[in-house]
Design a protein around this ligand. Structure first.
Ligand code: DHB
Ligand code: FE
Length: 286
C-alpha cells in the first residue's frame, strides 16, 4: 500500500512567490524567512515523496463568489499555475496523481463527504507558493499533486472539525491505495492575517506560536474551535489555518515535530512552517 511519509504545514503568502520571481531570496528582508525553510527542503529531499496532497483555498481565481464549492478535489492530468495578474510565473505545470485522486474521491463519498470533482482546473498561489517553498524551482516538479480546495472565503465556510475529519478519510485513502508510492500531505494557509475590514493588518504572533505547538500535540483542541474563534484569533483570512487540520487528521495521534519555523511579518502575515512525522514510523526508522 502507499505510505504516508509525513505532514507539512506552511503559509502560502503570494509575495513569497513574487520575491523569488524578482530574485529577492537573499535580500535582507527575505533571507531569514527563506532560510527557515532549508531544513524542510532537506527533509523533503530525504523522504523522496512521489505524491503531494496539497490542501489550500482558491482566492477567487479558479472559483469566484458566484460558484464556490465547500470542498473540491482535483483529478486532472495537469494543473496550470494561474496568472494572478502579475504575468505568467516561471514555474512548471503540476502533474496530477490522477488515479490516487479518484481513489480518494471514492473514499470521501463512501464516508459521506461529497466534494466537487474537478477534471480541469487551474491553481493559484495557494498551491504554487508551498510547492516552491519545499521543492524550490525545479525544471519539473519531482512529485505529482492532488489539490484539495477548501472554501475559507465565502461564508458559510466549513467547520474546523469537518476539515479534521476529512484528513482521517485522506489517511484511509492512503492506507488502502494499492501502490508503493510515498505520499506527503501539505496543509497551507495562515497564519494570522487580515487583509480587509476594520482589523486590516491584524497579526497575532502569540496565537500563531501556540497554533504551531497545538497542531502537533493537541489537534483536538484546534478541531473543536468554532469558525468565529478562528476569525477572532487569527483574522478573517487567518481562518485559512483550519486547512492544516486536514493534514493533521491524516497523521497519527502521536507525531514528532521534525522542524518548525516562524517569521513575522511576511508581507502582512504571520508566516509559519512545520514538518511532522508519525511517531511510530520515526521509531521504526531509528
Ligand atoms: C496574502 C494572501 C493570502 O492568500 C495569504 O494566505 C496571505 C497573505 C496577501 O495578499 O498578502
Ligand atoms: Fe491565502
Amino acid at each position: 500500500m502507499a505510505k504516508l511519509v509525513g505532514g507539512l504545514g506552511t503559509s502560502h503568502v503570494p509575495s513569497i512567490g513574487a520575491a523569488l520571481d524578482k530574485g529577492q531570496r537573499d535580500s535582507p528582508e527575505w533571507k531569514p524567512f527563506f532560510d527557515g525553510y532549508i531544513p524542510g527542503q532537506r527533509w523533503v529531499m530525504d523522504q523522496e515523496p512521489d505524491i503531494a496532497v496539497v490542501i489550500f483555498n482558491d482566492h477567487g481565481n479558479a472559483f469566484f463568489l458566484d460558484k464556490v464549492p465547500t470542498f473540491a478535489v482535483g483529478c486532472a492530468e495537469e494543473y496550470r499555475p494561474i496568472d494572478e495578474g502579475w504575468g505568467p510565473r516561471p514555474i512548471p505545470l503540476f502533474k496530477g496523481a490522477v488515479e490516487f485522486s479518484w481513489h480518494f474521491i471514492d473514499k470521501l463519498v463512501e464516508n459521506r463527504f461529497d466534494p466537487m470533482i474537478c477534471q480541469e482546473i487551474e491553481v493559484d498561489h495557494g498551491i504554487q507558493v508551498p510547492m516552491e517553498l519545499f521543492w524550490g524551482r525545479p525544471a519539473e516538479w519531482p512529485v505529482k499533486v492532488v489539490p484539495i480546495f477548501v472554501n475559507v472565503i465565502q461564508y458559510p465556510i466549513p467547520l474546523p472539525s469537518r476539515c479534521y475529519e476529512m484528513g482521517r478519510v485522506l489517511r484511509e485513502a492512503i492506507d488502502t491505495y494499492p501502490s508503493d508510492e510515498r505520499v506527503v500531505v501539505l496543509g497551507t494557509g495562515g497564519l494570522s492575517h487580515q487583509l480587509q475590514g476594520a482589523r486590516a493588518g491584524f497579526l497575532n504572533p502569540q496565537a500563531d506560536q501556540a497554533f504551531l505547538d497545538d497542531i502537533a500535540i493537541d489537534p483536538g483542541k484546534l478541531a473543536a474551535m468554532s469558525r468565529e474563534e478562528y476569525v477572532d484569533m487569527f483574522g478573517s483570512e487567518g481562518a485559512e489555518l483550519m486547512m492544516w487540520l486536514v493534514m493533521r487528521g491524516a497523521m497519527d495521534a502521536q507525531v514528532v515535530v521534525r522542524h518548525k519555523h516562524y517569521f513575522v511579518p511576511a508581507s502582512m502575515t504571520g508566516a509559519g512552517m512545520i514538518v511532522l512525522e508519525n511517531k511510530i514510523s520515526t521509531a521504526m526508522a531509528a
